[in-house]
Design a binder for this molecule. Structure first.
Ligand SMILES: [Zn+2]
Length: 235
């Protein structure tokens, strides 16, 4: 009956406009601030949009979730080459096919259907924390990827992953958290920039470091600060 109804439904499906969706996102954000409002939210919180497209009835549904970091997959390479941060971002925002078992309920079909899912950034935070997901869990084990991921120190443009008309959204790197070692035994260090340049923090030792030493295959979490238009902190 569900299938028959879907096929002969008299109500046409109307896709909501970008303007309606962005109004909904703003309303959701305001609701979030009613419960959670701190300096941390001002600086680090953004909004992620998940768009689902049902393959049966073509219904689009959108959900908005607050995020404090982006966890990016690292593309798998057959040869041990390097990948770029952009390739990780592309993989993160790439349309993904979900089969029935893994998809949420379609609002219109009222059942689980095959669908496609796409993630994008609806609201950009002042500071974006990018987690390079080096650890992958297989059935019985966890493994660590030590692939070299290149990333820009300045002018990382995330506009491509935002709303259609958002234009360039630029970020500059100000800190890196590194993970050395293996799954079982690791050690964290950090690189942070201040007015005098970059420093390397390793337990109790702090040493100056040059820009060309920042990119290593141990880079694990990247901290980028918005460099253009700060007007979006609280709207
Ligand atoms: Zn559907």
């Amino acid at each position: 009956m569900d299938n028959l109804h879907t096929e002969i439904n008299r109500r046409p499906y109307i896709r909501r406009t970008e303007k309606e969706l962005s109004e909904e996102a703003v309303a959701m954000w305001k609701k979030h601030l009613e419960r959670d409002d701190s300096r941390i939210v001002d600086l680090f919180s953004g909004q992620l949009r998940s768009s689902l497209h049902c393959s049966v009835c073509s219904h689009y549904s959108n959900t908005f979730d607050v995020f404090c970091d982006l966890s990016l997959p690292i593309p798998k390479r057959s040869s041990a080459g390097e990948v770029s941060l952009r390739e990780c971002l592309d993989l993160f925002s790439q349309e993904e096919k979900l089969d029935k078992e893994n998809s949420p309920m379609c609002e219109r079909c009222n059942r689980r259907t095959e669908c496609t899912k796409r993630l994008s950034i609806q609201r950009f935070p002042q500071v974006i924390v990018i987690h390079l997901n080096r650890f992958t869990t297989a059935r019985w084990s966890i493994s660590k990827s030590t692939v070299y991921v290149s990333f820009p120190l300045t002018n990382l443009d995330l506009g491509h992953y935002g709303p259609a008309d958002c234009g360039p959204v630029l970020y500059d790197l100000y800190a890196i958290c590194n993970h050395a070692g293996t799954v079982n035994m690791g050690h964290y260090t950090a690189c942070c920039s201040d007015d005098d340049g970059w420093c390397f923090y390793n337990d109790s030792s702090v040493t100056p470091v040059s820009e060309n030493q920042l990119q290593t295959n141990q880079a694990y979490v990247l901290f980028y600060q918005r460099s253009n238009s700060a007007a979006t902190v609280r709207k």
